[in-house]
Design a protein. Structure first.
Length: 255
C-alpha cells in the first residue's frame, strides 16, 4: 500500500480525476463527459461501486462507508498524489466523505447534482418506487425517463442492460444509504479545498433552488454552475456544457 505523498511530490504530480457514479448507475455513465474533456495530460479513473456494472454480483455492504473505503483503496492502489473527485448524486455524498478523509491528496472536489450529505426525505410513493427497482429493467428505465430531460433512449438502454443494472440487494442498500445520509452533512462542509458545485436547471430530483440553498449553507466558497436543458444527469444530457464547466475549473486547480 502506498504511503501519503509529501507536499513536494504532490505539487509536481499530474491531476488524477476520479469519477464516482450515483444510485442505479455504473461507470459507463461517465464516458460521454470524459470524451468531451479531451486529451489534456490528466489521468481519468472510473469505478463501479459494489453491486453495479462489472461488479453487479459483488456482495455488499452497499453503504456510503463501504463505497468510501473502495474509493480510498483505488486512490492508494493507483498511487494518486493529486486527486480531483467528481461525484454525481449519491456519488457526491461519497466524494465529499472521501475528501474529508484524504485532504492531503484531494486537491479539488466536484459535485454534480449532489444529494445532500445529510440525506433526503422523499415522498413515500417515490421512495418505494426507487427502493423496489432492483433487478427491474422497466422500473430503472422509467426512473431515468422521469428524472431526466434530454437523456437519449440509447443512453438509457446502455445503463439498464441486464448484465450491468443494479440488483435487489444493492438497490435497497444504496437507497437506504443515500436517503439516510451522514451526520457530517448537518453542518458546513469540512473539506476546505477548491470546489465546483453543478446544478441542472430542470432537475426534478435535486432542484436548482435546492442546489442554491446547499451552496449557501454548506459550500459558500464553491464555484456554482447551472447547466441548462438538463435533468438529473448533466454529464449525459449536456456533456459538452458540463465538460466546459469542469475543464475551466480544472485549469484553475492545475495552475
Amino acid at each position: 500500500m502506498m504511503g501519503v505523498a509529501s507536499v513536494g511530490e504532490q505539487s509536481g504530480a499530474p491531476l488524477s480525476i476520479v469519477f464516482i457514479h450515483g444510485f442505479l448507475d455504473n461507470q459507463a455513465v461517465w464516458s460521454p463527459l470524459i470524451q468531451q474533456l479531451g486529451s489534456v495530460e490528466r489521468a481519468h479513473y472510473t469505478l463501479d461501486l459494489r453491486g453495479a456494472g462489472a461488479l453487479r454480483t459483488e456482495r455488499g455492504p452497499y453503504t456510503l462507508a463501504q463505497s468510501v473505503a473502495d474509493v480510498l483503496r483505488l486512490i492508494d492502489q493507483q498511487q494518486m498524489a493529486r486527486v480531483v473527485l467528481v461525484g454525481h448524486s449519491m456519488g457526491g455524498q461519497i466524494a465529499e466523505l472521501v475528501a474529508m478523509k484524504l485532504p492531503e491528496r484531494v486537491v479539488a472536489l466536484v459535485l454534480l447534482t449532489p444529494v445532500s450529505l445529510a440525506g433526503t426525505d422523499l415522498p413515500p410513493e417515490v421512495a418505494t418506487f426507487l427502493r423496489t427497482s432492483g433487478d427491474d429493467a422497466a422500473a430503472q428505465r422509467e426512473i431515468r425517463r422521469q428524472f431526466s430531460r434530454n437523456l437519449s433512449v440509447q443512453e438509457i438502454e446502455r445503463l439498464v442492460c441486464e448484465d450491468v443494472s443494479m440488483g435487489v440487494a444493492a438497490v435497497e442498500g444504496y437507497f437506504d444509504a443515500f436517503s439516510g445520509g451522514d451526520s457530517l452533512g448537518n453542518g458546513p462542509c469540512a473539506y476546505a479545498g477548491p470546489m465546483l458545485l453543478v446544478g441542472a436547471q430542470e432537475d426534478p430530483v435535486v432542484p436548482i433552488d435546492a442546489i442554491d440553498a446547499m451552496a449557501h449553507a454548506r459550500f459558500p466558497a464553491a464555484r456554482l454552475v447551472r447547466i441548462a436543458q438538463s435533468g438529473h444527469w448533466p454529464h449525459l444530457e449536456q456533456p459538452g456544457d458540463t465538460a466546459t464547466a469542469l475543464g475551466d475549473f480544472l485549469l484553475e486547480v492545475d495552475r
